[in-house]
Design a protein around this ligand. Structure first.
Ligand SMILES: NC(=O)c1ccc[n+]([C@@H]2O[C@H](COP(=O)([O-])OP(=O)(O)OC[C@H]3O[C@@H](n4cnc5c(N)ncnc54)[C@H](O)[C@@H]3O)[C@@H](O)[C@H]2O)c1
Length: 417
């Protein structure tokens, strides 16, 4: 069987930082075949194609750009990805890396063309859409893996297995934070991450909600989010500082603080971490992860000049780094790579080890049940938390209740109920 083609839809930050280096490495290892990337215009594809880092790390490797680089670099071609995906033979792989509000449309187009999918988070913006994706993928025997890469940080897997072995008792109170650096306000965020569309919790807080579920197996049942309105450099208004309270189905409470506001002069690319206070028997228990400071202290002779780069730095060796293992090129390492590899390898095994639709559906059921890879069926709480958070933040932080069952949904809590 020849290795599958991979088409990435979206050629922005996450494609540059994580997806393309991971795909290039898998291609070098012979696990995947030709790589195509579709973007709205050719301009970001030109930057990816001409990247000095990729030339050094993956010498001789390239991707097919859509739109092509020879035409007008700024002409938008929003429909082109649909043609590219429809031309792929079925049962290849599509990677979804477009802005959140476009995920559903791209996912349904790819499923309709019979393709397996890796989607960046969030899968979609509503529980209703995630149900549609789940049903369509299951009927066709196709994999949909959602890329919550913090799950593949070894510390998350350690905490999960120890929590589930009963070593921590049960979560009672937790606190988590993820604050991106101030300079994010100057990026494309100012054009879309505005009060009507999103907020700091919806954009980055979801990672820690997913992680707490991943570790503990508990389900979020109510969310309230207070947001501070602030202005971007272009004058647009965003909820750039948020404080969220998530209540879980055992009564536990998690506080999550998020912002685009961590000082550029502070070390590290952001600040983030998780502390869970637990109880079991007649004693307390504790899980505490510093996810930004991982023990490395570097003081350079000068700053690289990149936004947010500092002379004194505390780099994370764990998300995605390029290391020299003797060549050719450089090897991407870290949980950013492992997360992409895990989902793509699952699609490869699904194709190699099953003979018919019934076997594929059984394999997909096992993946849902194992709960390591996020799928539409096993992580719908993420869409529900997003829906609840948006409802709450637009209602001055009133609590929104999540309802599971046949028709999952959210509503504002009435007093006394
Ligand atoms: N930690 C994480 O898991 C993480 C981090 C960053 C981004 N993301 C997610 O990744 C997605 C993309 O974010 P980003 O920061 O890369 O955004 P970005 O704005 O940098 O890039 C978006 C890309 O989508 C392309 N695009 C838009 N419309 C298109 C269309 N119709 N057809 C083809 N391409 C189209 C644009 O050309 C651009 O290349 C978002 O859903 C975001 O939430 C996840």
């Amino acid at each position: 069987m020849s290795p599958p083609q991979v088409t990435v839809v979206g050629g922005g930050m996450i494609t540059h930082d994580q997806i393309l280096p991971s795909l290039y490495h898998m291609q070098r290892r012979g696990r995947i075949g030709e790589i195509s990337i579709c973007a709205l215009t050719a301009r970001p594809l030109k930057e990816l194609a001409e990247s000095e880092l990729f030339a050094r790390a993956f010498p001789g490797q390239s991707f097919r750009p859509y739109p092509e680089l020879s035409g007008d670099l700024d002409r938008p071609r929003p429909e082109l990805y649909g043609e590219v995906v429809a031309r792929m033979p079925p049962r290849q792989i599509v990677v979804v890396a477009v802005p959140d509000q476009l995920h559903f449309e791209v996912i349904m187009t790819a499923l309709d063309a019979g393709q397996h999918l890796l989607s960046v988070k969030p899968l979609v913006l509503t529980a209703r859409e995630s149900l549609i994706v789940e049903q369509e993928a299951r009927a066709r025997g196709l994999l949909v893996g959602i890329e919550y890469h913090k799950r593949f940080d070894d510390r998350s897997l350690m905490a999960r297995s120890r929590y589930r072995a009963g070593l921590f008792g049960e979560l009672r109170l937790g606190t988590a934070c993820l604050l991106e650096k101030w300079h994010y306000r100057h990026s494309n965020f100012q054009n879309w991450c505005t009060v009507e569309n999103s907020d700091a919790f919806t954009y980055v807080g979801c990672h820690y909600v997913d992680l707490v579920q991943f570790i503990t197996g508990l389900l979020p049942v109510a969310v309230s989010v207070y947001g501070v309105r602030d202005r971007y450099p272009n004058g647009n208004e965003g909820f750039l500082w948020t404080d969220a309270r998530v209540i879980w189905n055992n009564g536990a409470c998690l506080n999550v603080q998020n912002a685009l506001g961590f000082p550029d002069a502070a070390p590290g690319t952001n600040t983030q971490g998780l502390t869970l206070y637990c109880a079991g028997g007649d004693c307390g228990a504790l899980i505490s992860h510093s996810d930004q400071y991982r023990g490395l202290k570097y003081c350079y002779t000068r700053s690289s000049g990149e936004p947010g780069a500092t002379v004194y730095a505390e780099p994370s060796p764990d998300y995605l780094q390029y290391v020299d293992l003797g060549g050719p090129g450089l090897v991407p390492v870290g949980y950013g790579y492992r997360s992409i590899e895990h989902i793509l390898e699952a699609a490869l095994r699904l194709e190699a080890e099953t003979r018919d639709l019934a076997e594929r559906q059984e394999r997909l059921r096992q993946i849902d049940e194992a709960g390591i890879m996020a799928t539409p069926a096993n992580s719908r709480y993420n869409e529900l938390v997003i829906e609840a958070a948006r409802l709450s933040i637009l209602n001055a932080g009133r609590e929104a209740v999540i309802e599971y069952g046949e028709k999952p949904g959210v509503r504002l809590r009435e007093w006394g109920r």
